[in-house]
Ligand binder design. Structure first.
Ligand SMILES: [Zn+2]
Length: 189
């Protein structure tokens, strides 16, 4: 599917050379259709060595156990999105510690998934009954007999090895003023 009309002004789009590549672009304003992308965020919330998982009640992935998460919203910082998804799906409050894994899935809609190590704050897992129909904390051993989605199993391995608390952490005090940006970086001692 090619973009026919400009998303900003509604003009019929044309093919235009943008820095050496032909792209769908608007002849009247600055809009360029760069491609189709989506970004997902996922939460790795650990409590006493066990990982928070939910069982998907809807497709895609109905019946599979996964970590909580969802797609980002246009104007919501990703750290807030992942906290909100955990709370909505399970009733558990958790805060972002660091970014610990990324999955790249280049396809018709190019998907990027960012996994966050989260610090458990409070709440017993209760499924929302809509997106997910079960929720709980599970060890790697318990996961062996559960229908865990393969990618979630990979993330569980990431979470299991993350005892250091390292990864890309929120930079609340950047060395130069960068107002309005969400910044995640390696901490340098
Ligand atoms: Zn336009």
């Amino acid at each position: 599917m090619e973009a026919k009309h400009c998303l900003l002004c509604g003009q019929v789009m044309i093919e235009r050379d943008v820095d050496g590549t032909m792209r769908r672009a608007c002849p009247d304003c600055t809009y360029v259709h760069w491609g189709n992308y989506s970004v997902g965020v996922g939460a790795l919330v650990k409590k006493e060595g066990k990982l928070l998982l939910v069982r998907r009640a809807q497709n895609p992935g109905k019946g599979y156990w996964t970590n909580p998460g969802g797609y980002i919203e246009q104007l919501e910082p990703i750290g807030e999105t992942v906290c909100r998804e955990v709370l909505e799906e399970t009733g558990v409050r958790a805060t972002v510690r660091s970014v610990v894994a990324i999955r790249d899935l280049p396809r018709a809609i190019h998907n990027l998934y960012i996994a966050f190590a989260m610090d458990y704050v409070e709440g017993e897992p209760v499924a929302d009954g809509l997106e997910v129909d079960a929720a709980g904390f599970f060890s790697l051993e318990e996961m062996e007999t559960m229908n865990v989605a393969p990618f979630t199993r990979w993330l569980a391995d990431v979470a299991a090895g993350d005892e250091s608390g390292e990864g890309l952490q929120i930079d609340t005090d950047p060395v130069v003023p960068l107002n309005g940006l969400g910044l995640f970086r390696l901490q340098t001692k």
